[in-house]
Design a protein around this ligand. Sequence first.
Ligand SMILES: [Zn+2]
Length: 390
Amino acid sequence: MSDITQFNYPTPIRFGAGVVSELPQQLETLGSKRPLLVTDKILAQLPIGLALRETLEQSAFESAVFSEIWGNPVISQVEQGLAAFREHQADAIVAMGGGASLDVAKIIALMAHHPGSVLDYEDGNPNQKPVENLIPPIIAIPTTAGTGSEVGRAAVVSDDASHRKAILFHPRLLPAMVLLDPELTLGLPAGVTAATGMDALSHLSEAFLVDGYHPMADGISLEGIRLISKSLKACVDFSAAGTGNTAEHIEARGLMLTASMMGAVAFQKGLGVTHSCAHSLSTVCDLHHGLANGIMLPFTLGFNRAACNEKFARMSVAAGADGTAQGFFDWLNDLRTAIGIPSNLREAGVEPGHFEDLVAFALKDSCHLENPVPVSEADFRSLFKDALGS
Ligand SMILES: [Zn+2]
């Protein structure tokens, strides 16, 4: 086992290869006796999911499993998970998986001891119910390196019928403990590694570009970009080559898992136009969130370039490029090509017929309100027109 380290920023994080084996002692520290493992359908049957279940079954805890999560998470999955939580009389949640599993787990925790329906607690609901009761502790174990949901205070879930995304936000949705174990991400396919990695890069870049005084978030953004420059292409190459449990692979996965977590810490400062485009592409075309960000990044960051030239120069240094804004964009384009991100939306299956809806949904999304340059409807039209390619 490699060295394991701990830092609390903002969440206590245990990091290192094999750290997931500490789960029983972490549950004990939290005083849990009846944990509920919340994970997705596929992961529950993969070796890493089965191993975690076995760890729990062989421990002194009375554990149960809820694994009915798949695709983009919807409210009915939360309701099923909530029923499982109550039936088991659980006292803590172990959330394992990608962003979807972690988000569903957080909402199950919020709803466990609160009345009403999920949407009663939606952020921005004029009749939003107060979060005033106990939220059971969550131990988050991410198995992808992209969303960083393990250190976020928000959770996203869609309405089953309308597919509208609802955001729930509360400081106490922060997991009580995060176990960042790079070994859990060794088996991620190359395409998923690339797409989720671009999500992390978009969080770090957008957070850095947002106006406002937040030197801590800025420092985290730049270091996260540096870690991605050192590891994302390597992770994708290792994955494509079928490299298993080697020291180099584990090290690269560890850097990406760290960068992903740092992206979500940094974007407490804000996001921007890239995420409005990505949210629209997921809603209208069901495009993977990370892939959507990865395709849009050169266009959306290019839109901000003139206003943020000095910041792009600093991002260029962080990425190991030549210290000019142009150097950063060259690095970004080379990285995208090297890890197989399509150069335009059409290559990812988006059709010109989607254009009007894409513009309308992106305009309605709130992320672009924080963008360093105001984004008009005409701007979205030109961004999507360019990104569709010819
Ligand atoms: Zn994102």
